[in-house]
Design a protein around this ligand. Sequence first.
Ligand code: HEM
Length: 943
Amino acid sequence: MRRKWHIVIWALAALFLASAAVYWRRDAESAVDCLSLANHGFHPIASIRTRRFLGKVGKNAAGCRGGARSIAYLASPWVDWQNYWGGGDSSSLGQRWTTQSQRGILGALTDLEYQRMELIQFNLFDNNKTYETYVTGSGGLPGALVKQWPEMRLPIQDPNYGNVGGNGAQLCWGQLIRFRTLSGICNDIRNPAMGSTHQLFTRMMEFESTFPDLGKDELARNRHGGRISLLQPDPQVISRKLFTRDQANPQKCAAGLGLANESADAQCDYKKANTFNVLAAFWIQFMTHDWFSHLEEGHNAPEMMPTGCHPQVSASRMTVFNNEDTTKLGCRPGDRVDKAYIADSNDPATFQYGGRNYLSRAYKTTRNNVTAWWDASQLYGYDETSRRRVKRDPTDMAKFLLVRDGNDVYLPLLQLGDPINLAWMGQEATAFPDNWNIGLSFYHNVFAREHNAFVDAFRAQTARTPDADCGLRNPTVPDKIIRYRDVTPDDLFEVGRLVIAAEIAKIHTIEWTTQLLYNEPLYRAMNANWSGLFGGDEELAGILKRIVSSLGGSSDAKANQLYSVFASGAGIIGLGNAKPEPDPAGPGRQKDTWDIRDPSDVNGGTNHFGSPFNFPEEFITVYRLHPLVPDLLEYRNLENDANVIRKKVPVVKTFRGLATPQIREGGLANWAISMGRQRAGALTLENHPLFLQNLPMPRLKTATNMMDIPALDIIRDRERGVPRYNEFRRQLGLKQLTSFDDFIDVHLAASDPQRTQQKTVVRVLREVYGQHRCDVSKTITDAQLNDDGSPITDCLGHPSGSMVDNIEDVDAVVGWLAESTRPHGFAISETQFQVFVLNASRRLFSDRFFTSSFRPEFYSNLGIRWVKDNGPDGKIMEKGMPNGHRQEVSPLKRVLLRAIPSLAPELENTVNIFDPWARSRGVYYSLEWKPRAGAESDPAFPH
Ligand code: HEM
């Protein structure tokens, strides 16, 4: 008997070895590539801009991480990691019993980290007069390690000037460091003004490359050959030819107005995203209102300018539009708009360093009129005026006021006495009211409820343990324990703000972004940004966090890069919020010596990488995501067969004050399921909402009373000097395109209808932007060189004197919308993503409330738990293993279940709130559009 078993075991072992040999043979080629890659070591981080990595790897790395398929696309301009194993759906997974998928995914994470390190090194350009220090250094420190700037001091006219030290050394202290301040001052206690309301936007591009149409820079003049200006190529022509949604049945859409009585028979066609819903579209508008605004109280500058297209002759581009063309296109020559605010348009000062001339800032500057911090300022306010719109509950001032309407409670309306722009009358009261609509109304109501839920939980805890230490401390009397019952309503309101802001940041980082970029490498990267690569391993994360903190204090310039690498291991949240030291009470034990009295502890976890934090102008450009919005919203009823679309409500009929009756009559639950099930628009060309091309704007008092927002997206970027698409990519460390044909996705078969469609788009791009005869003697950039080390010229590698596409003139927004080659599951393009890689991390790295001040002293014990566990009831795990991961129930799902409990049965099947709710997620990052069980009759699915 025993002999028989031996034979079986030997037979099984032989079988295993034989199959391993087969698999090894199958993987042999890529394994050799891996050995060769290992022998050559890691690619060095570029020390000069022209040697950047560009997202392109060598043959060995490509072979090791993705085999022959990956090698096949090395010559394309697009980043290589998208072709590695494991980065797509299940068909991208490597051979079983090999390490191919792990190599692919880790290879992708490595490439992403290289990109982040190089972006930190080459793409920080502050406009606030600190750039010279960044280049030249200060007090013996290299500029990239400077941590404090005189330019970030509070000015004498600031009411807190005296409180932070006046004209002596400035340091925020006491009440000023306790909570997020209204205007955003004192987040960094040594740089009080950083990130506060009205600071200047920064840039991500060399200053000389900004405002190319001014013609101040020789390279820019060579690049564009006099072909571009504010209205050239014509923005409304671009909007009408390249942005318009094609309609199979235009009368059923009525330019986005739908049919009478919100009939469900209306139909506005749009290209749909399979894995991103309408809640995701409005979520990002809700976020951008927190991060940035060029407008002040809904206004731009007082001067007006024409923006509508009209008959024209353009000799340089050999394009003629006559009256007939403009009528066909839907030009509105009478359109006018208020000009963008410019903070400073005087010529910038220059300085010399290392034998080179530098500009000290961009040719013109603009202001961010809200706080740059992720502080939920759209809900809580960013200055005294906006705070006056925020209504508190007079019966409990710790809460938002919510008023009853029917069976539910909602935010109250703005009143005549409130500081408002008249266009906002009838809207719900909130700090940031501009461009209000049903989606914003939904989120503002949900998070007002969430804030109040936190206050209720705090009060319940107070009732249970009134004398217990709640964890909060007042830095003015740091030794005094604050008991639950000592907390005043005003203080609790501000604690609530800290908690809600952190919860929102968490939702955005690990829920919205992982659905926007729906693949495994990005799932891991975003979770690593928040809580570290090692998930629950607190000990390992703690060790890494200490290494990161010590790198933050290093005087070695390379420390910045290592800091970024180690931070993705440890997670950015809570960096520097603990200081373990040996505990004299017991050998081998440690105690946390972090001390609220020590400014270095309070502030020590932040890192600005040598450049004060604010958003760059280019960040706004890549958030011009208007195609996400459909024209008609498909309204459903939660209680009465959610598979039926009951009516189609035009988004424009929910604009501004019209949102209020819609949200109250429809109810939050029905709007949640309606926007949760409906797909967002795809971020591509020919997909802007028709209603936005014809948006009513009575405040402008123009002949047409309308604005073409897609055209305005182009104009605003030009007014603010955003470099055009190809230079935008070169400056970001991505490869340039050399013709419009590069926009065609060569992964698709030649006969694929999508490829045919892309060719049509290329033809229209050529028609709108034109071609010219190139001149090889004109160098057009200093951001990159050709592969052979020669300068990049007007001919982009084509023979001198040949006709080349005016790819250099393409507006950044047009270019990134035209990118059809994208990593798996990417709703956005790789160009937009490159901007996020830097800024999504920086807004966490720079904020002490997400790093060293992420502590109970500021958030309370309950607050810290609420953020970590996604609510008050401890961690709750999702069922199953979505995409192979044990995963917590997502933070927004927990918020919705608290705010709108009737959603529970529908959300039973939902893992990520931004994935269309009735879609079957299938296996491993499937993008298929198929109904989940129970939703088969939903007309949103093809039968
Ligand atoms: C009903 C939906 C929306 C309406 C009516 C709307 C309207 C507008 C208008 C009128 C402007 C122009 C402001 C100006 O420069 O004068 C604008 C700017 C902008 N919109 Fe939208 N929008 C909507 C949805 C969205 C969404 C979903 C996003 C996604 C992020 C978005 C992102 C932006 C950005 C980034 C700007 C530039 C803001 C700035 O310059 O500070 N919008 N929008």
